[in-house]
Design a binder for this molecule. Structure first.
Ligand SMILES: [Mn+2]
Length: 312
């Protein structure tokens, strides 16, 4: 039995739609509705956000609120590092997915000599940079940040010097750059990719399992192949964006996409993956109850969280 620590990051300044900051609390409401004492049993720490910036101008159109993102990511990185140093198993309950750049930075800070494997369960590749982003929303950039990827050869935008200076700071959080390598990255349920991201996935031959493959081959085979691909890594991190799940189940997330995995498939996959001893950290993000009917996404996510916790 591992000592689990919840790290709540109710930040949503990386998202384009409002409401993801309420995701962690919506999951807690689901816990209460189920009569669960999970949030009493497990200690929690909350990372301070910069959500007040939502009332200000977003600054650069190609990396909105990047100064605030940088502050939040540094806080997340330090909190995750401290948790790992205390021999805890951190479970990050995040708002928008930009947080994951801080989480991965924290893992790397705690274990600078280890190769960190990343299992990214998401409809999106989150590989944009200020040079390529179509929206400027930084929840589409966390993997590029930790890979140290600019993808300037595919540039669509002309970010100004100030934006690029902040982007360089984001990539270098903790003075380790880059934090991960493309060969140590696996995508599951990926299905909404822009051409600039597709270029990177092809160039680096990144391992991808589509939702169709999960359905066709079953969760067990996908989990086994994922872990085999990452066998050279010393530590593994799982990032679970709830938009990996099909948009017909729930629209309670900022960027829902069709043809995803079911909540059952997601739960079984995570249960199987989390049993691997190398997995040191798990993150859930992008639950947005303001876009939902009732509190369905948070309830599904809470059921998955409960299953995952029971394995640790
Ligand atoms: Mn994502």
């Amino acid at each position: 039995m591992k000592k689990i620590r919840f790290i709540e990051v109710k930040s949503e300044i990386g998202a384009g739609t409002r409401g993801a900051s309420m995701g962690p609390d919506a999951i807690k409401v689901a816990a209460l509705d189920y009569g669960s004492n999970l949030f009493k049993k497990i200690d929690s720490v909350e990372v301070q956000t910069e959500n007040q910036l939502l009332f200000e101008s977003p600054g650069s159109p190609y990396a909105k609120r990047i100064k605030g993102i940088h502050v939040v990511l540094e806080r997340v990185a330090n909190t995750v590092r401290n948790s790992l140093k205390n021999n805890e198993f951190p479970i990050v309950l995040a708002g928008d997915h930009s947080t994951a750049a801080g989480t991965i930075s924290g893992i790397k800070l705690a274990h600078p000599k280890q190769r960190i494997g990343v299992i990214w369960i998401d409809a999106h590749a989150d590989l944009h940079s200020p040079w390529t982003t179509p929206s400027g929303n930084m929840h589409g950039m966390p993997l590029a940040a930790v890979l140290g990827e600019d993808n300037a050869q595919n540039k669509m935008n002309k970010p100004d010097k100030e934006t690029l200076d902040w982007w360089n700071k984001v990539k270098r959080i903790g003075n380790i750059y880059p934090k991960i390598d493309y060969r140590d990255l696996v995508f599951i349920s990926l299905r909404d990719v822009e051409p600039e991201e597709q270029y990177l996935l092809k160039k680096h031959k990144v391992k991808i399992f589509s939702s169709a493959e999960v359905k066709r081959n079953g969760v067990e085979k996908i989990a086994r192949d994922t872990l085999a691909h990452l066998s050279g890594c010393g530590m593994l991190y799982i990032s679970f964006d709830v938009d990996s799940m099909d948009s017909s189940i729930s629209k309670g997330t900022g960027t829902p996409v069709r043809n995803g995995i079911t909540e059952k498939e997601a739960g079984s996959l995570l249960v199987r993956l989390i049993q691997n001893e190398k997995v040191c950290c798990f993150e859930i993000c992008e639950v947005n109850p303001t876009l939902d009917k009732e509190n369905l996404m948070a309830e599904n996510t809470f059921e998955i969280l409960q299953r995952v916790v029971s394995q640790l």
